[in-house]
Design a protein around this ligand. Structure first.
Ligand SMILES: [Zn+2]
Length: 79
């Protein structure tokens, strides 16, 4: 088992990690945090915080695919 191994789906969409001989899971870096009773989502690739999980996921997808952040996505960040 090699967690760093990416499966073929990584080439056509979001990154996938092979977890078994013929099993793979979508790699998610988005982490949930709560601040003052509110829930936020952090892109673990770049550390930027979003209020909506969908933006954090988009950021994570972009960051892992391009190795850089998208200014358009970042404009939706909390901080
Ligand atoms: Zn990001």
């Amino acid at each position: 088992m090699n967690l760093k191994l990416l499966c073929l789906k990584s080439q056509i969409g979001s990154p996938h990690i092979i977890i078994g001989s013929n099993k793979c899971v979508r790699r998610t870096l988005v982490r949930e945090i709560s601040k003052n009773g509110e829930r936020f989502y952090v892109c673990e690739a770049c550390g930027i915080i979003y209020k909506e999980k969908s933006w954090a996921t988009k950021c994570e997808d972009y960051c892992t695919k391009h190795g850089a952040c998208s200014l358009e996505i970042i404009s939706h960040a909390v901080n």
